[in-house]
Design a protein around this ligand. Structure first.
Ligand code: CP3
Length: 342
C-alpha cells in the first residue's frame, strides 16, 4: 500500500474514510485564485507553467483535498488540433466551428507539442508536492460538441447532434482522430508524473444510448485501455448517462464519476460491481448552510460509505462560481474530521 489515501482507494484498498477532491476545485471558489485572476487572464494562467502549477496546488493548500487536478481545460485539445478559440465573458467560443467534411481536412492538424506547457506544469507540480495529481482531457463526444457547435450557449448542441446523424462517417473519423490524440496526450501526461487520469464526458447524455454505445463508448474504452496499460487508474465522468450507467463495466474504467441527478445507491446497483464510484454531491448544496451540508452527509453519504468501500467523494458536476469558500472548506474539514465513517 502506498502513502496516499486517494491512490490507495483507486487501487482497491479500503480506507478509514473516503478520499475527497472536487471538480473545478482549482478555479473561482478560491479567494487566492480570484486574487491572481485580477492580474492574469484565464488563458495566461493555463499557459504559463509557473502560474498553472501554483493554481493546481492551491486547493491542496487552501482546502486540504486529497488530490490535485492539473489546471487546464478540455478545450485546449481542439486548439492543439488547429482550431481558434476565444475565451469571452460568456464562456469559450470557437471562431469557426466545424461545419462539414471539407472543414475537417482544412482546419484539423493535430500537434501535441502545442500542449508542452501542460507537461512543464506537471514537472513543476511534481517537484513541489507529493499529493497525487489527476491528469485529464475531454471525451471525444464532449469535445466534439464544442468543435461542432462552437459554444456551450446552446445546451442541447443542436448543430453537433445534427452533424452526428447527417455525417456519420465524418463523425467516426473525428472520433478516431480525437481518440488517437487523447491517447497521445494522456500518455505524455503519464510520462510527466500524473497519478490518475479522468476523462470528462460532460455531455454524454445528449445522444440516445444506442448512438452513445455504437460510436462514442468504444472510443472511451480505447483511451482507458491505453492509460491502464501504464498502470494509471482511469476515472470516467459520463454526465447525464442515466440508465446507460449499466454499460459501465471494468473494460470502461476503474471508477465512474456519478452526476448529481443519479442517487449513488441507484448507481451502485446498475454500475458493474468491480467499478468504483466517485461523486455526487449537488454543487448547489454548497451554496446552502453548514447545518444543511452536515444533514445531507449524515442522511445519504455516511450510510453509503458504510456499505461501499470503493468510493471517492466529489461533486456531481463542477463547483459553482458562487460557492462560498467557507462552505467548501467546511465540508472538506468535516470529511477529514468525522469519526463515524465506519
Ligand atoms: O477542475 C479543475 O479545477 C481543473 C481545471 C478544469 C477547468 N475546466 C478549468 C476552467 C477542468 C478539469 C475543466 C474541464 C472542462 N472545461 C469541462 C468538463 C467538466 C465540466 O465542468 O463540465 C468543460 C465542459 C470545459 C469547458 C469550459 N471551460 C466551459 C464551458 C467554460 C466556461 C464556463 C465556466 O464554468 O466558467 C470553461 C472555463 C473554465 N475552465 C474556468 C476554469 C477555472 C473558468 C475560467 C475563469 O473565468 O477563471
Amino acid at each position: 500500500m502506498g502513502m496516499s489515501l486517494f491512490t490507495n482507494v483507486l487501487n482497491g484498498y479500503r480506507g478509514t474514510r473516503p478520499p475527497v477532491w472536487y471538480m473545478r476545485q482549482a478555479g473561482r471558489v478560491l479567494p487566492n485564485y480570484r486574487k491572481l485572476r485580477e492580474r492574469y487572464t484565464f488563458e495566461e494562467m493555463m499557459n504559463q507553467p509557473q502560474l498553472a502549477a501554483e493554481v493546481t496546488l492551491m486547493p491542496v493548500y487552501d482546502l486540504g483535498v486529497d488530490a490535485s487536478i492539473v489546471f487546464s481545460d478540455i478545450l485546449t485539445v481542439p486548439v492543439a488540433m488547429g482550431m481558434e478559440l476565444m475565451w469571452t465573458d460568456h464562456g469559450p467560443q470557437f471562431k469557426r466551428p466545424l461545419m462539414n467534411e471539407t472543414d475537417i481536412h482544412k482546419v484539423l492538424h493535430p500537434d501535441s507539442s502545442k500542449l508542452n506547457h501542460v507537461y512543464k506544469t506537471l514537472d513543476l507540480i511534481k517537484k513541489e508536492s507529493s499529493v497525487p495529481t489527476i491528469g485529464f482531457c475531454g471525451a471525444p463526444l464532449t469535445t466534439l460538441c464544442y468543435m461542432l457547435q462552437g459554444t456551450s450557449a446552446k445546451h442541447e448542441f443542436p448543430d453537433a447532434k445534427s452533424f452526428f446523424y447527417t455525417y456519420t462517417e465524418s463523425t467516426r473519423y473525428l472520433v478516431d482522430m480525437l481518440t488517437d490524440f487523447s491517447i497521445e496526450y494522456a500518455l505524455k501526461q503519464i510520462e510527466h508524473g500524473i497519478d490518475a487520469f479522468q476523462l470528462f464526458d460532460t455531455h454524454a447524455g445528449i445522444v440516445p444510448q444506442s448512438l452513445f454505445e455504437a460510436i462514442f463508448l468504444p472510443a472511451v474504452k480505447k483511451i482507458a485501455s491505453a492509460v491502464r496499460q501504464q498502470h494509471i487508474p482511469f476515472i470516467y465522468f459520463p454526465k447525464g448517462l442515466g440508465t446507460g450507467l449499466s454499460l459501465i463495466t471494468p473494460e470502461v474504467c476503474d471508477f465512474v464519476s456519478i452526476d448529481w441527478q443519479t442517487p449513488l445507491s441507484m448507481a451502485r446497483k446498475i454500475v458493474h460491481a468491480d467499478v468504483g464510484l466517485q461523486g455526487n454531491i449537488d454543487p448547489y448544496l454548497l451554496l446552502s448552510s453548514k447545518e444543511k451540508i452536515v444533514d445531507v452527509m449524515h442522511a445519504e453519504y455516511v450510510p453509503f460509505f458504510q456499505e461501499n468501500d470503493k468510493w471517492i467523494i466529489n461533486l456531481g458536476h463542477g463547483a459553482l462560481a458562487a460557492t462560498p469558500f467557507e462552505n467548501i472548506k467546511f465540508l472538506t474539514d468535516w470529511i477529514k474530521d468525522e469519526q463515524n465513517w465506519r
